[in-house]
Design a protein around this ligand. Structure first.
Ligand code: NAP
Length: 326
């Protein structure tokens, strides 16, 4: 990806904190039934603010270029989890005026065909960004195909180029969920600089990029994972704790530093209910602020994704203009 300063200040490189505005500020509400001081860091108001901003930018783009930004959603097979996510993405795109485009490869998919489709989408001037179904169906792996995607269209930060640029502190699309977690923290009312941050989880799509983004905010970052010895000894030191393990109730109140800010990225279904990786009841009694599940990181993730599509559309339009001039 070419490092281009984004001409729209509020949509500039995601690594900079975005200033709070009344409609993007975190809802500062006590958790019902909880006498303790944990504030609820609700994602919906933040998401609404981001969507409003993107909708305005999409309209300006349409007036200037005579077309809308478009997001291709590449489906590789049947995945109920991805179907749900894809429906939410399509809905969010529609709300802000971005054109969602379905691209389907079930049935005859193979590494060669997925690579070919990614190349086609990368070259298609009407496609601004591409998101690929994950996890991959059996027989396919991200590593086999991902380099066929133009990193300028990598709006969910999955290519090695995006990850490498993020790790180097350069301008890059970071995975939307990781970006969402950190943008919630940006608005949580604490200066992050110098704080001890602990991230539980080291996946390429969530844990690692969260850690990179927190490093950019000048936190002192510890990454924990399934082989970490004595997880609680780490989490108890955390001023900021981000949990993305996919393990319901992994972190309880007794594992928190009093007053800690907790972002729970986990999404698990237990007895038909969606719960996070943090035991909300016990955590609320100790934490200073915490994201709810559902309703925390999830809504912000979709809003960040459409913001990335808008940024990609502008950059591609600039690239086309430069190519025409040269
Ligand atoms: P993943 O690829 O399975 O990675 C889980 C990570 O957690 C791994 O690094 C694993 O360690 C670590 N881990 C697992 N059990 C642990 C334990 N007991 N103690 C410490 N670390 C442990 O999952 P993911 O894709 O990162 O997703 C994580 C969670 O976030 C899932 O619940 C997922 O549904 C959710 N999610 C939410 C959103 C959203 O928008 N809110 C988006 C994406 C994902 P090892 O590396 O050692 O295996």
């Amino acid at each position: 990806m070419t490092a281009i300063a984004d001409p729209v200040p509020d949509m500039a490189a995601d690594d900079r904190p975005v200033a709070d505005t009344p409609d993007t500020a975190v809802a500062d509400r006590p958790i019902p039934g909880e006498p303790a001081g944990a504030r609820l860091l609700a994602g919906s108001p933040i998401a609404a603010g981001i969507r409003d901003q993107v909708a305005g930018d999409v309209e300006a783009f349409r007036r200037r270029h005579g077309r809308r930004p478009a997001l291709a959603v590449l489906r590789l097979g049947t995945s109920p989890a991805f179907e749900l996510y894809a429906r939410q993405i399509v809905r969010t795109c529609t709300r802000v005026g971005i054109e969602p485009r379905e691209s389907r490869l079930d049935g005859r998919r193979s590494v060669a065909r997925v690579r070919q489709r990614l190349r086609e989408l990368s070259l298609d001037p009407d496609v601004s960004g591409v998101i690929i179904q994950q996890p991959f169906p059996r027989g396919l792996s991200l590593g086999d195909v991902v380099d066929a995607l133009d990193s300028d269209k990598d709006v969910d930060g999955i290519t090695p180029i995006s990850a490498g640029r993020l790790a180097m502190g350069l301008d890059a699309f970071s995975p939307a969920t990781a970006q969402a977690a950190v943008e919630i923290l940006d608005r949580a009312g604490r200066d992050l600089e110098g704080l001890d941050a602990v991230v539980v989880g080291r996946s390429n799509v969530v844990g690692r990029p969260v850690a990179q983004l927190l490093l950019r905010r000048h936190c002192t970052v510890t990454i924990c994972h399934s082989r970490t010895r004595d997880l609680a000894s780490h989490t108890r030191r955390a001023d900021v704790l981000v949990v993305a393990a996919g393990s319901p109730g992994l972190v309880t109140g007794s594992m928190l530093k009093p007053g800690a800010t907790v972002v729970d990225i986990g999404i698990n279904v237990v007895d038909g209910r969606i719960v996070g990786d943090v035991d909300a009841d016990s955590a609320c009694a100790v934490a200073g602020a915490i994201t709810p599940v559902p309703g925390g990181v999830g809504p912000v993730t979709n809003a960040i994704l459409v913001r990335h599509v808008m940024i990609a559309a502008r950059r591609l339009a600039e690239r086309e203009t430069r190519a025409r001039r040269s």
